[in-house]
Design a protein around this ligand. Structure first.
Ligand code: KG4
Ligand code: ZN
Length: 334
């Protein structure tokens, strides 16, 4: 019997739905909320409202694209957390109502597990165990992945996520939200060695990005005071230097974890894994260290429902279902 799962993702500012049939993605639809751009960051209340407006059209499009009828669905999955509570509630409530009406099992998926399991959507699929550097707007983690449902965070940020560091640096460069991809684009025409920023070091495999953010802020403030217009004039070099510093911080701990644990299968995941500087650094390091490197397709880096769908497939197969009275958790433990 075939298993067809409808998966919903609504943890932040993308409303997304996907259909997966026996592990194959049939559709993957995303509505990105542009409303947040003018506020320079995600406004939770507005995100919830936009999810509310988008959810049914997005699900409808996912069903139509997949050429699957509602009554062919065999399970419904949703992002249980972490994320913004109001945003999560919209996806959870929709999934629960659908499951209740159609009498289907419900699957709650951890957003960060899903980012990692996105590596199993297409070939080449990593072999266990592997290390995954999961880098997004809310998280920065090094995860030891032993199995589809067996993962452990071995290092993480103690303050800002690296995506936040990209977005906040972008703001200082007067770029709109979300600035990470714009820093990436500017960096391609800049000199990564033009400026040095001080980096905070923390022990083990942990990270800290608040120091470098402050260092960029003070550097630009000082330059503007003496040379007004400096930021605009040197935007590309600043972007390239910030990106190089952030990527080097990420790589340093990843290298250390790989060496200490003797694991040479290395993956990256999450929104920041779309960054060209990081993708190149991991590839280059892979050649030097003889790593097997896994870099997700662009469409599976930033938030999407295909990753929720693949994660749900493994939970479905393991019989891990969610009670109809469960509710999302904005701080869902890993
Ligand atoms: O995984 P994601 O879509 O959402 C969260 O779960 O947070 O990650 C979004 C983050 C944002 O901070 C965004 O600026 C960053 O990923 N991002 C990038 C790039 N594309 C997305 N950062 C740097 N370079 C990129 N190309
Ligand atoms: Zn994410």
């Amino acid at each position: 019997m075939s298993e067809i799962i409808l998966a919903i993702e609504s943890s932040c500012d993308e409303t997304a739905a996907a259909i997966i049939k026996n592990g194959t993605i049939l559709s993957n639809i995303i509505a990105t909320q542009s409303i947040h751009e003018k506020y320079g960051g995600v406004v939770p209340e507005l995100a919830s409202r936009a999810h509310q407006q988008n959810i049914i059209p997005v699900v409808e499009e996912a069903l139509n694209t997949a050429k699957v009828a509602k009554n062919e669905i065999t399970a419904v999955a949703y992002t249980k957390g972490p994320g913004l509570l109001g945003a999560l509630l919209v996806g959870a409530q929709f999934a629960k109502s659908f499951a209740y009406a159609m009498n289907l099992p419900l699957i709650g998926v951890h957003h960060m597990h899903a980012h990692i399991l996105a590596h199993f959507i297409d070939e080449p699929r990593p072999e266990f165990p592997f290390l995954c550097l999961t880098v997004s707007g809310g998280h920065t983690q090094i995860v030891l992945v032993r199995g589809f449902l067996d993962m452990e965070v071995i290092g993480q940020t103690r303050d800002d996520a690296v995506g936040e560091a990209f977005d906040k640096s972008a703001k200082m460069l007067n770029l709109p939200y979300p600035g990470g991809p714009l820093v990436d684009k500017l960096a391609q025409n800049g000199n990564p060695q033009a400026y040095q920023f001080s980096k905070t070091d923390v022990p083990d495999y942990d990270y800290s990005f608040s120091g470098i953010k402050t260092s960029v802020l003070y550097f630009l403030r000082d330059k503007e005071k003496h040379t007004p217009g400096f930021t605009k004039k040197h935007q590309a070099d600043i972007a390239a230097s910030v990106q190089a510093a952030l990527v080097e911080m990420l790589m340093q701990k990843l290298r250390r974890a790989s060496e200490k644990l003797g694991i040479q299968s290395i993956a990256i995941a999450g929104g920041v894994s779309a960054n060209s500087g990081l993708r190149n650094a991991v590839k280059k390091e892979g050649e030097l260290q003889n790593w097997q490197v896994y870099i997700p397709a662009f469409e599976y880096c930033t938030d999407n429902a295909a990753m929720i769908a693949i994660a749900a497939t493994y939970k479905y197969q393991a019989g891990q279902f969610e009670s109809i009275s469960s509710s999302p958790n904005p701080r869902l433990p890993f």
